[in-house]
Design a protein around this ligand. Structure first.
Ligand code: NAD
Length: 546
């Protein structure tokens, strides 16, 4: 089978850059993905298209789409092309949305097997995934927030224990090194460890716990940063480390614990045995995975008791353990509430852009522009310097940076001008993770313990998607959970292409400002003082009813 790789250069296969951009974004998520043969991009089963016929039909549709038409996609399958107008999105999609009572993982797996639905993860199904970089600044900001809160602002000489080196989890080791820590990551699949080594996200690999701990101890003693990938099962290794009386400074996990059939590997299973069990005995596999997760979470709770800073990094691991009887599982903090919410209140979140020509110089020029023009923003300038130094290119060159309200459109408009003047090699696609201020309701991740108890209200991401359509975005997506996430989350994704035209200035300004503006209002509505302050400072039009 042909290997999909995003097209580079300036030759268009579509009738315009906006269509070509989305086609390259689709190809790029597959180029960067974990298992292209199955169209799987990340998060166990997070796919870019429902199946290969759907993929090919999407490509054909994008190639023939006029500027005043909109392609409609349902769970990774193209449904039809509609006459709209040149300011309407080029693509709209809804992935994996089941209505309340039917949103169970059993229903999801059944419909998935029948080929009727697809779990699009967040950025997989909406063609916005940029490799492990997509989550790396978030992970780095979490480590930095922990450093500020618990370790006098510095993780030098600190030991982080985590697990999972998949599409997203693979960012943890590099983020740990960027934060000057010694980080040990347990990964059951050796091929994933090798992949992170080969792309420069990981420094060392071993199959031996003693060797791994020796490297970590040495680095801690010398106050050096190091990243170690240990081939093993997290449930087993966390327990062994605990039994040895070692207490890491920080403990988390980013295995695919949200999915008990295609994700988390139970202790005692080989990868081959997991494959067989998926076919022959998925119920047993699910039970065993949950039991292993419970064991791992018990170890995490014990680490917490002994003084480690322990947090859930967005994979539903606490919920799975809770359902297996670990009633204290929710004593572990969720990263969003514990560390990132003050940023989300100001709609500071995972904004990203992709150089569609494939020219890495475009990213470097934008980096330099940011260092010159956003000097007062220390989060950003610190990050851009680190990213420049540490982050390898994966697929089409891209950058992530946590910009907030007004800053995103300021950057995008300047970049559009650079495209127009020819100082960049080609157009730039702007996008963001769905884990953004207005864009996600997930009561166990993004919206846990909201101040006004509005945790489960999914109106926000739906409004967000509709507002982005009204604001002339090029792609708008509404997603809900798959696998173990089914019934847990709803989110919205958006992409807008800076093609250098005057007309696009409107798209960029309205989409990016309205996207973040609604984010600030979502937190203002819940009563967060940072959001209310942002409303005042940035002059966002808020209607107060009480
Ligand atoms: P992935 O499926 O690409 O990788 C998961 C990895 O975990 C795999 O490499 C797998 O081999 C490994 N693994 C499974 N069971 C294990 C075990 N028992 N011990 C050790 N390793 C094991 O998934 P991903 O894209 O890396 O995402 C991981 C999780 O993070 C998912 O649940 C995802 O939804 C969540 N996530 C969180 C954020 C965030 O912002 N915090 C963002 C994206 C994804």
């Amino acid at each position: 089978m042909e290997q999909i790789k995003a097209a580079r250069g300036s030759t268009l296969r579509c009738k315009g850059w906006r269509q070509e951009a989305l086609l390259r974004m689709l190809e790029n998520v597959l180029e960067n993905g974990e298992n292209q043969k199955e169209l799987v991009v990340y998060a166990a089963l997070g796919k870019a298209a429902r199946n290969w016929p759907s993929y090919r039909a999407i490509v054909d549709a994008l190639k023939t789409l006029d500027e005043d038409e909109t392609l409609v996609i349902q769970s990774g399958k193209p449904i039809g092309v509609f006459k709209t107008h040149r300011f309407a999105p080029i693509v709209i999609m809804a992935n994996c949305n089941l209505v309340g009572k039917w949103a169970t993982s059993d229903n999801f797996y059944e419909l998935e097997q029948k080929g009727l639905i697809m779990w699009g993860g967040l950025t997989a199904g909406a063609w916005q995934y940029i490799g492990s970089q997509g989550v790396i600044q978030g992970t780095y900001e979490i480590f930095s927030a922990i450093a500020r809160k618990y370790f006098d602002g510095d993780l030098t000489g600190r030991f982080i224990l985590t697990a999972g080196l998949g599409g997203m989890g693979g960012a943890q080791t590099l983020a740990g090194v960027m934060a000057n820590a010694a980080i040990l990551c347990v990964e059951v699949d050796e091929a994933r460890v090798d992949k992170r080594l080969s792309v420069g996200y990981l420094q060392k690999k071993t199959r031996d716990l003693d060797e791994a701990l020796h490297w970590i101890e040495q680095a801690v003693a010398k106050k050096e940063s190091i990243s170690v990938g240990l081939v093993g099962n997290a449930a087993d290794i966390y327990t062994k480390i605990l039994e040895r009386g070692i207490v890491p400074d920080i403990v988390t996990d980013q295995t695919s614990a949200h999915d008990l059939v295609y994700g988390y590997v139970p202790e005692g299973y080989t990868l081959e045995e997991v494959k067989q069990a998926r076919i022959n005995n998925p119920k047993q596999l699910e039970q065993d995975a949950r039991a292993s997760i419970a064991k791992e979470v018990k170890a995490m709770l014990a680490f917490k008791q002994k003084g480690s800073v322990v947090f859930d990094n967005g994979n539903n691991i606490r919920t799975q353990a809770y359902q297996h009887g670990v009633k204290e599982a929710f004593e572990i903090d969720i990263f969003t509430e514990a560390f990132l919410r003050p940023l989300f209140c100001r709609a500071i979140g995972p904004f990203r852009w992709v150089a569609l020509s494939g020219d890495v110089e475009d990213i470097k020029k934008i980096d330099q522009f940011i260092l010159d023009e956003f000097k007062e923003n220390e989060i950003i300038t610190n990050w851009i310097r680190l990213a420049h130094r540490y982050i390898p290119v994966e697929g089409l060159p891209a950058r992530i940076a946590w910009f907030g309200h007004g800053e995103r459109s300021k950057l995008a408009l300047a970049v559009n001008q650079m495209v127009r003047e020819g100082s960049l090699s080609g157009p730039i696609a702007f996008s963001r993770d769905h884990l953004d201020a207005a864009a996600m309701t997930h009561p166990n991740i993004m919206t846990e313990r909201m101040k006004d108890s509005s945790d489960a209200i999914a109106d926000w991401p739906l409004l967000n998607a509709m507002l982005n359509c009204s604001s002339m975005a090029d792609l708008v997506a509404i997603h809900s959970g798959g696998g173990g996430y089914t019934g847990y989350m709803t989110s919205a994704g958006v992409t807008v292409v800076a093609d250098g035209t005057q007309e696009t200035e409107l798209r960029l300004k309205h989409t990016l400002d309205n996207d973040t503006g609604l984010g600030v209002l979502r937190y203002a509505d819940a009563g967060y003082s940072e959001a209310l302050d942002e409303v005042d400072k940035k002059g966002i039009k808020r209607i107060q009813t009480t």
